[in-house]
Structure formats: C-alpha cells, structure tokens
Design a protein around this ligand. Structure first.
Ligand SMILES: [Zn+2]
Length: 186
C-alpha cells in the first residue's frame, strides 16, 4: 500500500512569502521539471487557504474516518480520503455530455460546470476550469516530481491534479477522478 500523505504541503506558498510573483513561481516550477516528465505541474494557488478557511466550521470537517468509510463507496473512499487514483478509462462520467454541474462526491459542493469539460484523451474526466472559490490546492511529490493536487475546499476530499497542458482559454487541465464527482443535470 502507498503510504498516506497527511497534512498540507505549502512549498509554493513559501515562494510567495519570499516575494516571488505568480509568474516567477510558475517558471521556477517548470525549471524543476525532470526532462521527459509527462506533464508540468501548474502553480499552487494562494487563494487556496482562504477557500478552505471559509468552510472551517462546516460539519463535513468533523466527519471521522469511520464515518467517511460508511458514507462512501470503497473506490470513492480511496480517492477522496486516501488520495488514490482510479484506473483510467473506467469512469462513466467520461461519457457524460449533458448540461449541468459536477459536484464533490464527498459533500456535494459544486466544482465544475459541464461547459468546462473536454475530451483530454487521458481516460480521466478533464476540465479546463474549476469553480475558483470551492477548491483548495497543495503540492505533492507522490510520484517523484512536484504536482499540484486539488481538492474540495469544504470536505477536503481529493479530486485530482492540475496541469499546464490544457486547452484555451485557461491552458489548464484539471485531471479529475470520476469517482470523486457526481453529476447533477441542469
Ligand atoms: Zn467535498
């Protein structure tokens, strides 16, 4: 089993406190990339802490691990609460093309609008934009190079990673585990 990484990694936030602007931060992150890595990580977002703080009093934050296990399916628990990754090509949401919202499968907080979804060809539901106020980010090194992890700002459930190789207009690719989302038709 992969060891669980707890706590929030604030490496990028250190860069901000040192007076680096966002562009410098992104360039620095790019320079650290190992040649041949599949994707480069997008920069950490300073508003992440504020988003998470907004939900600090939420009852979702008081859920115990046992309660999450009971509430979620085993695959959803592994992704949302253990930062697991679903097998690519397995999510029914890959074929979800109706208008509506994609919400956190942990606590139902809206994260994506259907118009931001696109076919990335990766086997994971992909979006070029996220509802900015409802997500948090951190940097992880789980596979040997820095990636920007993002999660629900309310229940802190892991959703996926964001990369800089997305389409216009943002150039971002939110690579999401389908099992961590639920679709709500408009
Ligand atoms: Zn949530």
């Amino acid at each position: 089993m992969t060891p669980v990484v707890k706590g929030r990694n604030r490496k990028a936030a250190i860069g901000v406190s040192m007076g680096m602007n966002r562009r410098t931060l992104l360039l620095s992150a790019g320079a650290l990339m190992v040649s041949g890595a599949a994707c480069s990580a997008a920069g950490d977002e300073p508003e992440s802490d504020a988003n998470e703080a907004r939900f600090a009093g939420s009852s979702w934050r008081r859920m115990t691990d046992a309660q999450w296990r009971e509430r979620l399916s085993a695959p959803a628990y592994q992704v949302l609460r253990r930062e697991g990754t679903e097998r690519p090509g397995t999510s029914p949401l890959l074929e979800e093309h109706r208008a509506g919202a994609f919400v956190c499968a942990g606590c139902a907080l809206p994260l994506f609008r259907s118009e931001w979804k696109y076919a990335s060809g990766t086997g994971w539901p992909s979006f070029y934009q996220i509802l900015a106020e409802n997500h948090g980010t951190k940097t992880d090194h789980l596979i040997g190079y820095p990636r920007t992890e993002y999660h629900c700002a309310r229940c802190l459930g892991h959703q996926g990673h964001v990369f800089n190789d997305g389409p216009r207009p943002t150039g971002l690719r939110y690579c999401n585990n389908g099992v961590a989302l639920q679709f709500v038709p408009a």
